[in-house]
Design a protein around this ligand. Structure first.
Ligand SMILES: NC(=O)c1ccc[n+]([C@@H]2O[C@H](COP(=O)([O-])OP(=O)(O)OC[C@H]3O[C@@H](n4cnc5c(N)ncnc54)[C@H](O)[C@@H]3O)[C@@H](O)[C@H]2O)c1
Length: 343
């Protein structure tokens, strides 16, 4: 049985507590939040769970094996480092840290102490994203030409992070997981419509060595909520609409081919293929449950999760690169290939 402590019981923390409480091999031992009113909610719902306004109580508790941090990003590095230095395994909410150098320090500390460092990019554990990854990795889609994402709504304006860090982060993690490739360059444009606040709208383009191009539109200022991704491959294409109650992922047997008949080549003959469309069955397990099980399994068997600190670090690197490009009015920012370096 792995005893878990959770720091931060705001919007996301309750989802972690509920999911950890339901795992057969884990127990929620304690919850910390600066706000006593949030802790009253814990006590009412989970009367056996200890509560405290001092997060250090969790660090000092020898019975706690692992700590999950669901506080604002500007606290992640300090709290995460304290957790690792106390010899406990760490679950960190996305985005992992404010800077890539902080993320690298946490990865190094976890490596040094042989501790599990997991970053919660929940989308990676959804049935839809796992199915899309399966289709890409099996070669069913063929060569991936493009990834096109729209993630917009009248969103909660954040004070401490921009829209790339809040919403683009999901696409960066999904792309990393699906393609298994880190972009070589990033270009982004964006704007803050309200002086003194972080950028609320951005258009991000990622360039990959393999030839794949990805485009992501994120915004907190749209009249409608859209969560749509298209992935175009040389053999098939995918449409993923996360707001659909069912059949979120659709696979289209559509594409084009250019004739290789030398007599027709000067006419640029294009053949269009429009075959079947089908909606594959997706696993229905709640993403956080699957993710929690993988975290506990990694602790028990001394291995890493699919969403380890290295993936978290690569995502923060892209947030930094995209933000820097956006502030340079779309100038190209080259990204070092941390995936290759790490392996
Ligand atoms: N995985 C996901 O899909 C997902 C979804 C939403 C939020 N998040 C992430 O979860 C984290 C928290 O976001 P949120 O929306 O829940 O924020 P929130 O502001 O609603 O809650 C944060 C809570 O942390 C508490 N807190 C802050 N500093 C603390 C400290 N030093 N010790 C103890 N408690 C402290 C606050 O009192 C608050 O209750 C962020 O990193 C966010 O990006 C992830």
């Amino acid at each position: 049985m792995i005893n878990i402590g959770i720091i931060g019981y705001g919007y996301w923390g309750p989802n972690l507590v509920r999911n950890f409480a339901e795992l057969s091999r884990a127990k929620v031992a304690a919850v910390a939040d600066l706000d006593p009113k949030r802790l009253e909610l814990v006590a009412r719902r989970f009367p056996n769970v200890k509560t405290t306004t001092n997060w250090q109580d969790l660090i000092r508790d020898p019975k706690i094996d692992a700590i999950a941090i669901a506080t604002p990003v500007n606290t992640h590095f300090e709290l995460g480092m304290a957790v690792l230095k106390s010899g406990k395994h760490l679950w960190l909410e996305k985005p992992m840290t404010e800077s890539a150098s902080q993320a690298q320090k946490l990865v190094d500390e976890a490596d040094k102490r042989k501790l599990v460092l997991h970053v919660d990019h929940t989308f990676i554990y959804t049935g839809a994203v796992r199915k899309m990854a399966e289709l890409v990795r099996s070669g069913d889609l063929g060569r991936v030409y493009y990834y096109d994402s729209i993630r917009i709504n009248l969103g909660l304006f954040q004070r401490d992070v921009n829209v790339i860090s809040d919403l683009g982060v999901h696409d960066f993690a999904i792309l990393d997981y699906i393609l298994g490739e880190h972009p070589t360059a990033v270009s982004a444009s964006g704007i803050n419509h309200f002086p003194g606040t972080p950028e609320n709208l951005a258009y991000i383009t990622l360039f990959y060595e393999s030839g794949t191009i990805a485009h992501i539109n994120v915004s907190w200022l749209a009249p409608v909520k859209v969560r749509q991704i298209l992935i175009g491959g040389s053999k098939k294409m995918i449409s993923y609409d996360d707001l659909q109650p069912s059949e979120k992922v659709k696979v289209y047997d559509k594409g084009i081919s250019f004739t290789d008949d030398p007599k027709q080549i000067h006419e640029m003959r294009v053949g269009y293929r429009t075959g079947d469309m089908w909606a594959p069955k997706l696993i229905g397990t709640e993403a956080l449950k699957l993710e929690g099980e993988q975290f506990v399994d990694a602790i028990v068997n001394s291995k890493s999760t699919e969403c380890d600190g290295r993936l978290g670090h690569r995502v923060v690197e892209l947030i930094e690169a995209a933000t820097s490009s956006m502030r340079g009015k779309g100038e190209t920012v080259y990204v070092q290939n941390t995936r290759r370096k790490a392996s």
